[in-house]
Design a protein around this ligand. Sequence first.
Ligand code: AP5
Ligand code: MG
Ligand code: ZN
Length: 216
Amino acid sequence: MNIVILGAPGAGKGTQADIIMEKLHLVHVATGDLFRQALAKETPLGLQAKSYMEKGLLVPDKVTINMVLERIAQPDCISGCLFDGFPRNLGQAKALDKALGEQGKAIDKAVYVMVPDEELVRRLSGRWICRSCQTPYHMVSSPPREPGKCDKCGGELYQRSDDNEKTVRERLKVFFAETVPIINYYKKQDKLAEIDGNQDISRVAKKMVEVLQAIK
Ligand code: AP5
Ligand code: MG
Ligand code: ZN
């Protein structure tokens, strides 16, 4: 099974992916996480992505698509991936379809998690993520058991530098201009499911599992 989670910055893609991957035994492929890990290690890929991420702009397709193709060629991806933050424009969506097609696979479902803008801003301004495993927390809606420390791995929590107000505004603009068109792309292929993301984390997850189990 190969699934795409679509949603604006702060919609809860990473939060839901963490829950769903365990339930459905899928590999979580999150391009933002891959770029942040590369940046933390100061690899050429990370340094290439840095200036775009700081501005809230998309990293060029060539760089992003190559990174994803390398990732999905790894053996753990054989039984399926949960794509988070990718594809983010039509070029990426088509490249992903082509690559999966060459392996005799396809995207089974694209789930669009819908959340109003003011809630997105509230979520991003209170978000802390783990420096080691990237698990997202929120100071109000999903705080860690121990302040500043990841429940899963004990890693240090920090606030993403692109979660400041100016960059969040830019990321939202980019989402509406570049990513929203691919919602229609999956709709035309009859692969789109829309979920109300403006409810409790566990309710969103329940709905998502229902949608995904229905395609098995
Ligand atoms: P990326 O890391 O993908 O960021 P994003 O798309 O902006 O999304 P976020 O990670 O901010 O939000 P999320 O939906 O995962 O929300 P989360 O679960 O954390 O990309 C970052 C940058 O990398 C891009 O700007 C770009 O530069 C580059 N990039 C990445 N992919 C790329 C691509 N394909 N092409 C080119 N460039 C790319 O939740 C948010 C907060 O809300 C958390 O605090 C969480 O605890 C809380 N929360 C979650 N769900 C709920 C709920 N139901 N109720 C209450 N609170 C909730
Ligand atoms: Mg995320
Ligand atoms: Zn962690």
